[in-house]
Design a protein around this ligand. Structure first.
Ligand SMILES: NC(=O)c1ccc[n+]([C@@H]2O[C@H](COP(=O)([O-])OP(=O)(O)OC[C@H]3O[C@@H](n4cnc5c(N)ncnc54)[C@H](O)[C@@H]3O)[C@@H](O)[C@H]2O)c1
Length: 354
């Protein structure tokens, strides 16, 4: 039997992974305890998504386990052991800002939780491919010291700089920078995943996400940029833009495009690899540009205010260079751009309650 274990299976990337891999594996084991509602309130609950997956995916089995609980995790891994061929670990405390409220909770979920999963995989399913969703926050605020220029609607990097063409690559240092507590807990997890590849020779990969997005995000103020922006565009709730004159640039990758990267990696895995994974030059926008696009799609003016205070350590300009992944997996291409993503979020949100 071929089994795929997906943690955070009710979240954005986890649920996209369930949908994508359900036709490729005999069984999908989802692990998610809806901790997103504990972090961000009922409004961000992923229960609707668990229900949807259980109803629509016949080979999906949901387990409400906390990834901090090693003995519960081990029960799952001991039951299916070598049948587990792929582990996709997306469960996390995902917010930069929230982490400072409860550093211990953030660290134990993000770092210890990842170690638990790596160890459970090593002990019971050592041949499995292990995929981890890291973040560009591991680079801390180093990108803010690049030579940036202010344009009418966005910050941009100096056209002479070598990052101009493709964006920021994996060679940027992750050391001696302001990461935020979230960035620090993700660095710990990121390095552990690399180490299980390098030291134990397991098939592990780290995908350092830019903004990950898509129609199944439970967007909330502290996490889920485009999803929350579109939610406000639809409901008329006030959206706050934090600093940088609203010109901060993010690259946005559709959850399907990211999960398709996982699929390419799984078919020809490597050991302890690290990839930047974002929309790159193909799919990016500034806050002002995203607001304009939401207004076009909804046909309504957005209700937003501007606060001079940027989020601590927030990136001014981030575009991921995905050419390393493309070089390793030339058959992978990106399917969705900003307009497709926002239109899909709009359609999906107009139909659901969260
Ligand atoms: N969304 C982004 O913009 C973004 C950017 C970079 C990196 N990432 C990373 O990608 C991953 C997936 O992000 P997402 O946007 O799908 O997040 P998400 O919050 O939508 O999904 C994460 C899921 O994990 C679950 N979870 C949290 N703590 C848990 C625990 N202790 N035990 C079991 N389940 C738990 C939550 O209930 C949630 O359903 C995360 O690791 C995140 O740090 C996300």
């Amino acid at each position: 039997m071929n089994i795929c274990v997906i943690t955070g299976s009710s979240g954005l990337i986890g649920s996209e992974s369930v949908a994508f891999f359900s036709s490729k594996f005999d069984k999908i084991i989802g692990i998610d305890n809806n901790m997103r509602a504990v972090f961000f309130g009922q409004d961000a609950s992923t229960e609707w998504n668990t229900k949807r997956l259980v109803e629509t995916t016949s080979n999906f089995e949901h387990h409400s386990i906390d990834i901090r609980n090693m003995s519960e995790l081990e029960k799952v891994f001991a039951t299916y052991n070598k049948d587990i061929k792929l582990v996709i670990h997306t469960a996390a405390q995902p917010s930069h800002d929230w982490a400072a409220r409860e550093p211990i909770t953030d660290f134990t979920v993000n770092a210890n939780g990842t170690l638990n999963l790596l160890e459970a995989t090593r002990l019971h399913s050592p041949e499995a491919t292990f995929i981890f969703t890291s973040t560009n926050k591991v680079y801390g605020d180093t990108p803010n010291f690049l030579p940036l220029v202010e344009l009418e609607k966005r910050w941009e990097i100096d056209p002479e700089h070598h990052y101009y063409k493709e964006g920021i690559d994996e060679k940027m240092s992750i050391d001696q920078t302001k990461h935020s507590l979230f960035g620090a807990s993700k660095v710990a997890a990121d390095v552990l995943v690399q180490e299980y590849g390098k030291y134990f020779e397991m098939k592990t990969a780290v995908f350092r996400g830019g903004c990950l997005t898509g129609p199944n995000h439970s967007g909330t103020q502290l996490h889920g940029f485009l999803s929350y922006l579109m939610k406000c565009a639809i409901t008329g709730d006030k959206y706050t833009v934090f600093g940088y004159r609203g010109k901060q640039v993010r690259d946005n990758i559709h959850s399907w495009d990211l999960v398709n990267m996982f699929w390419h990696f799984y078919q020809n895995p490597r050991k302890g690899e690290v990839y930047n994974a974002g929309g790159g030059r193909h799919s990016n926008c500034s806050m002002m540009e995203a607001i304009e696009e939401c207004e076009k799609i909804t046909g309504k003016k957005m209700n937003y205010e501007y606060s001079e205070n940027n989020r601590i350590g927030d990136h001014i300009w981030w575009i991921s260079d995905v050419s390393k992944f493309k070089e390793h997996y030339p058959a992978w291409t990106m399917k969705y751009g900003i307009h497709d993503i926002l239109s899909q979020i709009h359609n999906n949100m107009s139909q659901r309650q969260h």
